[in-house]
Design a protein around this ligand. Structure first.
Ligand code: TXA
Ligand code: MG
Length: 350
């Protein structure tokens, strides 16, 4: 089939996975939940299938994709692991951690997946639906978040349909995702994108808290991160998260920060104001803690709950009758770091 599609939504189960696996075998992309956000999955060894992911998302082809596999053995067939990577994989896989590693020459991964880089971003997901699809297809699956490029990531099947309906054949619906934020991306000992695996959790394995080694606003191209991944590891512990750098937007520039993070990303359609303590009359205020605003990310001020609700709340705010969105301050500790990373991007205007 060719676009436009009548996008079908099937509830997770053996029939949905069989239908999804058949579409993957035909080279089509399929939306499927992971424990972080819904992904748009396609056979990572089939360049035409991967091209359809980029086409459906309207994604710049220089922004490389994460590849999902069932286990460490499958990951080792695709990339080489040093001791640090092995320690992180055994501590956090299956789970919301992505490792950027040197790509093996014999991996058979389509060049479009890595945008021609000598490295690859790999993860072993924990979600039953993605795992069932990996098992049914027997293929490594490239899967970016299942939303139009630059938009808020989907944490529910309805978000996927709203963003990509008519552009993809199938959404497998298994309810709201657990973590609600995209996976933590690590290169060596450096956090390229903060996420559900917090800096504190990484430090328990790595022995030290990753600390910043470059300045806010500084950009590193994928080639530079790729060089770092392929160089001898075991340097001194480094870095922290990516920083949104002002003044560039998706599709505009070849300059991409370390993980290919773009300043204006995860953006709602409406303007977003951060650190708001009260709302103007035309604002949809999203609170944190008890009784502030139209809704609270977590009435009990629990950051994990807030992360799980964040994108859903932004989707609701975007769909509301208020012209603008405001959000209460979120503490930058634990997964709060990742929440504030996403909010900084969502608030960024070009
Ligand atoms: O939780 C997640 O990671 C979700 C689910 C679906 O697994 N996926 C996801 O994929 O967030 P995506 O494509 O939206 O984000 C992939 C990120 C981008 O920032 C990309 O630039 C970076 O990973 N990336 C991929 N390959 C890379 C590489 N070789 N070097 C550095 N960054 C890389
Ligand atoms: Mg994304």
């Amino acid at each position: 089939p060719n676009p436009p599609f009548a996008t079908q939504t099937l509830r997770y189960g053996p029939a949905a996975i069989a239908t999804a696996a058949a579409l993957i075998a035909e080279g089509q992309p399929v939306a499927i939940p992971t424990e972080t956000v819904y992904g748009l999955a396609a056979d990572a060894t089939d360049s035409h299938a991967v091209a359809r992911i980029y086409a459906a998302k309207g994604r710049p082809s220089f922004n490389p994709l994460i590849v999902h596999v069932l286990d460490l053995a499958a990951a080792q067939a695709i990339a080489t692991f040093d001791e640090t990577a092995l320690a992180l994989a055994s501590a956090f896989w299956p789970g919301p951690l992505t490792l950027v590693l040197p790509l093996r020459a014999d991996a058979g991964i389509a060049a479009l997946v890595t945008a021609g880089l000598p490295t690859i971003a790999l993860r072993v997901p924990a979600h039953r639906a993605m795992r069932a699809l990996l098992a049914a297809t027997g293929k490594p699956l490239a899967a970016p978040s299942a939303n139009a490029s630059g938009a808020i990531s989907p944490t529910r099947a309805e978000h996927v349909v709203a963003s990509l309906g008519g552009r993809i054949p199938l959404v497998v619906d298994d309810g709201a995702t657990e973590a609600g934020l995209e996976s933590t991306i690590v290169l060596g000992r450096e956090v390229l994108r903060p996420g559900p695996i917090t800096a504190e959790a990484l430090a328990r394995v790595l022995g030290t808290l990753p600390t910043p080694d470059h300045h806010p606003g500084e950009r590193r191209g994928p080639e530079e991160t790729a060089a770092a991944a392929c160089a001898t590891p075991d340097n001194a512990p480094s870095v922290a998260g990516p920083r949104p750098s002002p003044g560039w937007k998706e599709g505009e520039s070849r300059e991409i920060t370390a993980p290919g993070q773009l300043a204006s990303h995860y953006a709602p359609r409406k303007p977003l104001r951060l650190n708001a303590t009260k709302a103007a009359s035309d604002e949809y205020l999203i609170g944190f803690g008890p009784a502030v605003g139209i809704e609270s990310l977590s009435p009990s001020a629990n950051l994990t709950e807030a992360a799980a609700n964040l994108f859903d709340a932004l989707h609701r705010a975007d769909a509301s009758d208020r012209a603008r969105i405001a959000i209460a301050p979120i503490p930058s500790e634990g997964i709060g770091t990742a929440i504030n990373d996403r909010l900084g991007r969502a608030a960024h205007r070009d």
